[in-house]
Design a protein around this ligand. Sequence first.
Ligand SMILES: *Cc1c(COP(=O)(O)O)cnc(C)c1O
Length: 425
Amino acid sequence: MKNSRSLFEKAKRYIPGGVNSPVRAFGAVDSTPLFISRASGSRIYDVEGREYIDYVSSWGPMILGHSHPDVIRAIKEAAERGTSYGAPTDAEVEMAELITGAIPSIEMVRMVNSGTEAAMSAIRLARGYTNREKIIKFEGCYHGHADSLLVKAGSGVATLGIPGSPGIPKGLAELTITLPFNNIEAVKSAVDMYGGDIACVIIEPVAGNMGVIHPLPAFLEGLREISESHGILLIFDEVITGFRLTYGGFQKIAGIEPDLTCLGKIIGGGLPVGAFGGRRDIMEKLAPGGPVYQAGTLSGNPLAMAAGVATLKILKENADYEDLDWKTNRLCREMKKLFEDKNIPVCINRVGSMFTIFFTQIGPFDFNTAGKSDTKLFGRYFREMLANRINIAPSQFEASFLSFAHTDEDIEKTLNACAKALENM
Ligand SMILES: *Cc1c(COP(=O)(O)O)cnc(C)c1O
């Protein structure tokens, strides 16, 4: 029979680190990855047939749970009609209508194949539109692995503790100004110094890639005001938060309209998808109508559009986000109590159905304070939870997610597992 350990050994011979995306390697939690054979609803199964309650959710996309029957049916039906044409389709128009209908600041949208592409293309468009070269990003925010955006980034870069990455030209990295999250004074200073050279400021409006960090009141409003008054485009990277916290973006909850928005994850329903969109006058600068070039052989792929459209329609018609919020709140509240009973100081940062358990007393509000968390202790907790068949993100600096498929019984089981895990710590 296949097992994860031998598959990982074999994988390491042919695939760098044995994985196709670094955080999957479980290095930060002193463990080796589970190889997965299937997933359904709130459950995921490894190649040895063990069942886990899954809070990784493929790192965010699976808000309906795994293998939702309507999504699977849509993919199958689309596949019967062919998997790629390299020509426009009805489904792309439907997708664009759904996205622009849900997020008013997006007047036009372009589909791509990943969140990385979405952020990379949005940055190029912002530079092309403003005719400026510098960009502002925030420490610990992750916007995919494009060169300009990998400076002081979150996600795997934070997990591995590398400040940037070799291979990024110094000249390009110098154009990226990196500031602390939730610090509007730092933004003011940077804009005072470089205002006329700054094309855009890009931000995860709720940070998910240094663990979950909520924006402080007035921080995003401040960004909107400062950017607008200096002709700087404001880009919300809602690759995680898009359709995660409400039907639409976090911008709807915050009441702020960015100039451009990046999407991904949920809008692909589990297939490789990204999108970026925003103000019409900016989007019209894209080729073929405008001079800013951007393209993709598989962009708007029929299978991906089928999965995405099916997902968005279910969310639009049936999703009770309030209930999901309530459920996640209950899970986090009860878990916090279990930790308190054991005198293990933790702070659980939660926004809607995304949360991170930080092993620290003071609630993190930026990358620096998130970094104060005891990652060794997190690793132990992670391994104990996995042994009790609960799959959470294998890094302190990531979010865990609930889906609409998670039941009260799942939460009960998770709390029991958590109590058992803590007994062994
Ligand atoms: C996941 C993520 C990306 C990158 O998306 P990929 O599809 O992995 O390229 C970009 N921005 C944010 C906020 C993300 O969470």
